[in-house]
Ligand binder design. Structure first.
Ligand code: ADP
Ligand code: MG
Length: 245
């Protein structure tokens, strides 16, 4: 009998980042499965963005390995360049190109014929409900609409993995929950493995399939949101989660 197991979409093993002798990411290991959202949750300065930057390939780790679909993409000697990692990125400032139309922003990373690109752009703009702005420009859109264009752009080349660094922080409080839910629905349809960084417990509770709680460079607890919330690992975790209501 043959048993086949699918490797996780993303796996990081024993990742360490040290800057000028100071350890900022300290032996972090985690996995993200296809179709799932894993939240890296922790207070400001605990090393979340540095972890994402190493996965994206724009920062080199001090030690540790990164695997995509079970294949090594980076250790301390071997390194697949960022543009060949099939990773989509989304940050707090949506960083749309101001001089490009909404359609051209979404098409930016796409290859193929003009017709193929146009079809993918229309498919995504339909999903994020922005077809009416296809020929518009970023400055004509609200913050929430710009966020959805950034989401469509990041997903357009069908990344294996989506890395999202506090992608909702810049948004109006009243809109945020709705946009989180819409974003989640689109992410699930597109079947990316999502690693979402946030310092807000309620965001992790709302969006994550799995939470990795991070403090001072280390993952202190990992599990399903309900379990992490109801059985915090220590007093500091209790205090951190007392934010949720
Ligand atoms: P978070 O995203 O959780 O707020 P960061 O990963 O941005 O945390 O930063 C963690 C710590 O690492 C901070 O103290 C930051 O100043 C430091 N740090 C990040 N990148 C560098 C770097 N390239 N050189 C020196 N220190 C850095
Ligand atoms: Mg950060």
């Amino acid at each position: 009998m043959t048993v086949t197991t699918t490797p996780p979409r993303l796996e990081i093993r024993n990742l360490v980042a040290r800057f000028a002798g100071r350890t900022v990411v300290d032996d972090v290991s985690l996995t993200v499965q296809a179709g799932q959202v894993t939240c890296l949750l922790g207070p400001s300065g605990c090393g979340k963005s540095t972890t994402l930057r190493m996965i994206a390939g724009v920062e080199m780790q001090t030690s540790g390995e990164i695997y995509v679909d079970g294949k090594l993409i980076c250790d301390t000697v071997f390194r697949v360049p960022p543009e060949r990692r099939e990773i989509g990125l989304m940050f707090q400032d949506f960083a749309l190109f101001p001089h490009l139309s909404v359609a051209d922003n979404v098409a930016f990373g796409l290859k193929g014929s003009k017709e193929q690109k146009r079809a993918r752009v229309e498919e995504l703009l339909t999903k994020v409900d922005l077809m009416r702005f296809i020929d518009g420009f970023p400055h004509q859109l609200s913050g929430g609409e710009q966020q959805r264009v950034a989401l469509a752009r990041a997903l357009a080349p069908r990344p294996r993995i989506m890395l999202m660094d506090e992608p909702f922080s810049g948004l109006d409080n009243r809109l945020r929950d709705g946009i989180r839910d819409e974003t989640l629905a689109v992410l699930k349809e597109e079947d990316a493995a999502v690693l979402l960084v946030t310092h807000e417990p309620d965001e992790a509770m709302r969006m994550a399939d799995e939470i990795a709680l991070m403090r001072r460079g280390k993952i202190v607890q990992q599990g399903a949101p309900y379990n992490v919330y109801t059985r915090p690992a220590d007093k500091a975790a209790v205090a951190f989660f007392s934010d949720v209501n």
